[in-house]
Design a protein. Structure first.
Length: 237
């Protein structure tokens, strides 16, 4: 269960990142680096976090033509990150190119093959905005499953989805397909812009592999205590 929590270091404040990761590393090995932390730390972030004992999920949500994303993913693989994501909406060819690039670089540089994830539908989007903004005739959960199957066909290791779609993705893609779920809100935390949410316990009961938590931990008065409460809730589920 210790493996199942990923903390999103959504800040560009290097001193806070330093303090937060150093404080959390013994109880939460996984950290997620988004654009804010990456803009501050650049690729120095990777050896820096690894030496501390962190596992790194680089969340830059690549979405571009196949050649560009293949190179982006190759660069991240070379740097020894453990998890990389891209928008599944970039298409089958883009995801296949990304996977082939990661495999090639991992073999050539003798670094581990990262877990490659396709982002399905952002957890801040609800059924209404999905229909309106995308003019989609497909129901949101069906779109998530559709993109998850596309990611699996491309040879990716898993997807990012909301905890509300875990069962549907499991049914379609099987037990070995990794499901990472943001959209996690303990009952004591405010929802913010997230829409398709559950508590940590509910996500575990539904069968998530990893939950991603940002603001409920990084904006807490006591981030260590907040992370411990979430881990406790996960263990009790
Ligand atoms: O602060 P909060 O717990 O909402 O943070 C969730 C994190 O997960 C953010 O870093 C956000 O960018 C990321 N994320 C997400 N929904 C996705 C993919 C990533 O919320 N579909």
């Amino acid at each position: 269960m210790r493996e199942g929590l990923i903390v999103a270091l959504d800040t560009d404040d290097i001193e806070y990142i330093d303090w937060l990761s150093g404080t959390l590393v013994d109880i939460v090995p996984w950290i997620k680096i988004g654009f804010q932390a990456f803009s501050t730390l650049e690729t120095e972030a990777f050896p820096w976090f690894r030496e501390r004992g962190h596992k790194i999920f680089i969340d830059l949500k690549f979405h571009d033509i196949p050649n560009t994303v293949a190179r982006d993913v190759g660069t991240m693989t070379k740097n020894g990150v453990h998890m990389i994501n891209m928008h599944a909406a970039g298409g089958l060819e883009m995801m296949q190119a990304a996977r082939e690039s990661a495999e090639k670089v991992a073999a050539e540089k003798d670094v581990p093959m990262p877990i490659l994830l396709g982002v399905t539908v952002l957890t801040s989007i609800d059924e209404n905005s999905f229909q309106q903004d995308f003019g989609s005739e497909r129901q949101l959960t069906k779109q998530v499953v559709y993109l998850a199957q596309l990611a699996q066909e491309a040879g990716l290791g898993g997807v990012v989805a909301s905890p509300l779609e875990i069962e549907a993705v499991r049914k379609a893609c099987g037990d070995d397909f990794v499901i990472v779920t943001p959209g996690i809100r303990p009952t004591w935390a405010s929802r913010g812009d997230q829409r398709r949410i559950t508590t940590p316990a509910e996500a575990i009961r539904r069968g998530t592999d990893y939950i991603v938590v940002g603001r409920p931990i990084i904006e807490a008065g006591n981030p260590l205590a907040a992370a411990e409460m979430i881990l406790e809730e996960m263990r009790g589920a």
